[in-house]
Ligand binder design. Structure first.
Ligand code: NAD
Length: 439
């Protein structure tokens, strides 16, 4: 086991990266030229992603579970198949222009950093990585690479998010004093279990950089349609980030975009919210409330809650019909309530007289098409890894504050640590299993 992601080594690695000779990213000469892709993680979200790239040239496929690879292999019969992403990079790096990563959160950073250092374009699912240290390594690699990047927060490309951003930016709400984001669901209850993955499943590669002892788990109530470790990894800190890690990048994307946020100055977490953790069950919380205090560009508080039916508005729990989850922007006396596909204004007198601003953010060609367009030099990928790193890091800091037992934490974004809280370092930069270092 090694620990390469200390503060010092991240800074040292960043310095080295800036000086490294990067391969110039491929850019098709003609718009009709196909982009040559390697796709890592093929079922579930992986399929949602590769099905958007069927008009490109998929030259390599990778999945730790050969069963999960069957559909993609049938779709791209000419592509070489791997169960080990390290072998794919060793053998195929000269044959691909871009890499698509749809593996669980704990195996995002390794292929992303490797691809960026090779000068490849990268599309990676949200969250950008599992830990703050990994996010920072990805940001550094992306900054030094000529590869075009896009994180898989596809709601960003929808019309609704664009219209909400325009309304907030127009000043129609007045100064936004706070944003409340909530998700009604909590995680399903899971418990550790004795179970072996299916034959042929490459467990060692699935574990990737995670240094903790491996365990299997199962739902504590009823049956699961998906055998461990597929999907359920997200409910254990070793591999995922619970509800905040899963949905935070989608919902917090809206205030980030509309208000131009980058990094919180303060993270406040009330650990008394929700039921106390059950030691026999998941490590991620059933309910959570975290407040991010942003100092710039204007002071604003953004609150995330999950496991609640509606937002806290001025200390009172509200419910909004048709919005089991949502994002509530609070102006002085006006509100905008949004979810993935719609928005509403309050109070009624404001909503009745409202005329939306003229659209100023162009319609997207689609989140995946944006990335391909940016590779071809005809479009812009709006969730490039600079933006995506800020958003993901903020999401992850809420989980770190929870795991530290709650309280108020000052975040020093320049240094990448909680001021005066050295005990946070192991959560920001957990140990990495030998062979999976990012440097
Ligand atoms: N953008 C969205 O709306 C959205 C929706 C769901 C999931 N996601 C994200 O997509 C990612 C995958 O989530 P999922 O629910 O599809 O997970 P999953 O457990 O189903 O894994 C996806 C695929 O990757 C394969 N895989 C796992 N580890 C691998 C490895 N080391 N190398 C190669 N293949 C590997 C699995 O066998 C599976 O086929 C996560 O990061 C998740 O947060 C995004």
């Amino acid at each position: 086991m090694s620990r390469p992601l200390t503060r010092r080594s991240v800074l040292a690695a960043s310095a080295g990266l800036a000086a490294a000779p990067f391969v110039k990213a491929y850019r098709p000469q003609e718009p009709r030229d196909k982009v040559r892709l390697a796709v890592i993680g093929l079922a579930n979200r992986g399929e949602a992603n590769w099905s958007q790239f069927v008009n490109e040239e998929v030259v390599a496929l990778c999945d730790v579970d050969p069963k999960h690879a069957e559909k993609a292999r049938a779709k791209f019969p000419g592509a070489r198949f791997y169960t080990d992403m390290r072998k794919l990079f060793d053998e195929q790096h000269g044959a691909v222009d871009g890499v698509v990563v749809s593996t669980p959160d704990h195996t995002h950073a390794w292929p992303v950093v490797r691809a960026l250092k090779l000068g490849k374009h990268v599309y990676c699912e949200k969250p950008l990585a599992r830990t703050v240290g990994e996010v920072r390594a990805v940001r550094t690699a992306a900054g030094a690479s000529r590869g075009v990047t896009q994180m898989g927060t596809q709601l960003h490309a929808g019309d609704n998010y664009r219209r909400v951003v325009e309304v907030v930016r127009s000043g129609a709400l007045g100064d936004v004093r706070g944003v409340s984001v909530w998700l009604s669901s909590g995680p399903p209850r899971m418990r550790k279990a004795a179970a072996a993955p299916a034959p042929g499943f490459d467990l060692d590669v699935w574990r990737g950089p995670v240094a903790d002892d491996y365990f299997a788990a199962e739902p504590a109530d009823g049956e699961s349609k998906r055998a461990w470790p597929h999907f359920h990894w997200r409910y254990w800190w070793e591999y995922g980030g619970g509800q905040l890690g899963d949905f935070g990048c989608h919902y917090l994307d809206l205030p980030f975009w509309a208000l131009g946020l980058t990094a919180p100055a303060q993270v406040r977490l009330d650990r008394s919210v929700g039921p106390p953790p059950d030691p026999g069950l998941n490590t991620v919380p059933a309910a959570l409330r975290v407040e991010y205090g942003f100092a710039a560009p204007k002071p604003v508080t953004v609150q995330w809650e999950h496991g609640v039916p509606g937002p806290l508005v001025d200390g009172i729990r509200r419910r909004f019909a048709g919005f089991p989850n949502g994002v509530l922007f609070a102006g002085a006396d006006r509100y905008l309530l949004a979810d993935y596909g719609k928005y509403k204004l309050y109070p009624k007198a404001f909503a009745d007289g409202f005329r939306p601003p003229e659209p100023s953010i162009a319609k997207s060609a689609g989140h995946h098409q944006e990335w391909l367009g940016a590779i071809r030099g005809t479009d812009t990928a709006l969730c490039e890894f600079g933006y995506a790193a800020d958003l993901t890091e903020t999401v992850l800091l809420g989980n770190v504050a929870h795991r530290l037992g709650g309280g108020t934490f000052e975040w020093d974004a320049a240094k990448g640590w909680f001021v005066g809280r050295p005990e946070a370092d192991d959560l920001l930069h957990p140990p990495v299993r030998k062979g999976w270092e990012l440097a």
